[in-house]
Design a protein. Sequence first.
Length: 279
Amino acid sequence: MPVKRRRLRKDEGVASTIGMIFALSLVTLLMTTFITQYVPVYMKGNEAQHDYQVQAQMGYLRTVMDILALSENANFSTYVPIKLGADGVPGFSSPTIGQLSINTFLGSESGHYVMVNFTDIAGNNISSISGGDIEFIAPNKYYVPERMVLESGAFFVENMNKGTATLRMEPNFLILGNATQRTVIVNLYTIYGPSKATAGVETRFIKVMLYGTEHRQYALPQGDVNVTIKSRYPDLWEDWFSSNYGISGTVNNDVLTLTISNVTNVEIRNVYLYMEVSS
């Protein structure tokens, strides 16, 4: 009889060990499934939602710029929020850090500028240049890594994996009339302030203040208006002019040059803005 009791205890110990191993295996399986299946899907949705949020915020920034240009309310400041990063899964996946950059106007050395040249009806050579851009990089780990750029009112979204981009908001460039008599109307935005790149996951604010505007109209003897645009996306600028107005240009590296012919009137609104990212 004592031998049977020892055997019973031994059997109970083996059963307990097997049960513990089975429980640990089940927990490991559940954790592995959670990490490899749920977390990537959740993070992909998180990063996609964050990208859409930033696109909407950049669109709001463009609206603020347009309103300040029309109101001509100098020295009035407003703040536009930009959510830098996508939230992670606590304990399983870290947040995705984003980077916001304000690249202010540095003349022809700027990464982006628009230059308009023509001769008015009095024979005066008119030249106007503006530039500066706002860039956001979302180096997503699960969703498509994207770069968003706002330059002269035009808003581009780039798939950084493929190196392809799309134009999401059109520039403030309007050509009226027909092929024999045209009017060119353009808002030229110039961005001043400290050039700065900020990275993180929190929400930062872009301070936007209007320094002033210059609104001028010119009559031309049915002449040419030459436009030079330096951009990260000169091909998309050229496509936009071609598809909307049938005007083709020449792209050389990052510079587009084109000529708008048979122009009788030009209206230029120079808009001078101060922008700064909050610390």
